[in-house]
Design a protein around this ligand. Structure first.
Ligand code: CUA
Length: 326
């Protein structure tokens, strides 16, 4: 038998690289912190058990020269193989269940409904007492030090909603609503990712999460609720005409204009978002033009058709218009 005492610790060292805006090891929320504590305790237990098991193997095989009778061996197997794991796992289960209810706790007022689409996120903010939602897409903003309730569902297939830096994941089912609540503790920008295989572009179903102090969040939400600002500049004006002439408004809404489509992402404030295509590209004018002309190259099987034949001038005007929708 090969004895490799450092194989597991070396693998764990590699986890040290797992920090950043999409990491469970770098929490920025109360729920993610709880999960990290659970992970740390289990990891510590794993290390103790690993040392104990390997230490015993080393001791009985290499160090001790004594002969042990059958009753000692039986005690060791029953004690170390049945009693100890039962006690340890029962204790871990009881403790784990006792710290979990927070992520099912009701929110402090704001509710956000998120629907998993192919492959993007429909986001609806429901402030307390609101009769209609504030609709957005592919980006979620949250107030810091407040608990926000998420009502999750899906249009076609099962997705999973996950913001690793803020908390655990929750599945999204067609025809059913699931719930999770999250409480960010730090302001910053994080990344969410679909965590359930949902088709060709599953890996490209991401979103940005921006956490803000409550006052800044309130200001942002008021701006998000407002219709699109008047289009500025000749090229953007032309882009607005292209948008309507090409029929973009059949699928996309730009509140305050004739475009009221509900099939694709709401574009009212698309120019202020931190990414394009649900986490696929930087939202520059060139990338927006590239996206419109090559959707299915950039995101396999996406429902939006690629406008490969659109003249370059129209494409750039359209991209300029969209980037201007702040
Ligand atoms: Cu949606 Cu994977």
């Amino acid at each position: 038998m090969t004895f490799k005492p450092f194989a597991a610790p070396t693998a764990l060292l590699a986890l040290g690289a797992c920090v950043g805006r999409q990491s469970v090891l770098d929490p920025a929320g109360r729920d993610a912190n709880t999960l990290l504590t659970l992970f740390a305790v289990m990891l510590a237990g794993l290390i103790v058990l690993w040392l104990a098991v390997n230490g015993m193997m080393l001791f009985f095989n290499k160090i001790s020269t004594r002969h042990y009778d059958e009753s000692t061996a039986r005690k060791l197997i029953v004690g170390g193989g049945i009693v100890l794991p039962t006690l340890v796992i029962a204790a871990l289960l009881a403790w784990g269940l006792s710290i979990m209810p927070d992520q099912r706790a009701p929110g402090d007022g704001l509710r956000i409904k998120v629907t998993g689409e192919q492959w993007w996120w429909r986001v609806e903010y429901w402030p307390e007492g609101a009769a209609t939602p504030i609709v957005a897409a592919n980006e979620i903003r949250l107030p810091v030090d407040a608990r926000t309730e998420f009502n999750l569902t899906s249009a076609y297939v099962i997705h999973s909603f996950w913001i690793p830096a803020l908390g655990g994941k929750m599945d999204m089912f067609p025809g059913r609503e699931t719930m999770i609540s999250l409480e960010p503790t730090e302001a910053g920008t994080f990344r969410g990712q679909c965590a359930e295989f949902c088709g060709a572009s599953h890996a490209q179903m991401a979103f940005d999460v921006v956490t803000l102090p409550q006052d800044d969040f309130d200001v942002w939400l008021a701006a998000e609720a407002a219709p699109a600002m008047a289009t500025d500049g000749a090229q953007a004006q032309r882009g607005a005409e292209v948008f309507l002439a090409e029929g973009c408004g059949a699928c996309h809404a730009v509140r305050g204009t004739e475009a009221v489509g509900q099939v694709g992402p709401d574009l009212t404030h698309v120019g202020s978002r931190k990414s394009l295509g649900a986490g696929v590209l930087e939202p520059t004018i060139a990338n927006i033009a590239d996206w419109i002309a090559h959707t299915d190259d950039l995101k396999p099987e996406v429902e939006m058709p690629a406008y490969t034949d659109m003249p370059e001038d129209d494409l750039m005007a359209l991209a300029t218009y969209l980037k201007g929708l702040k």
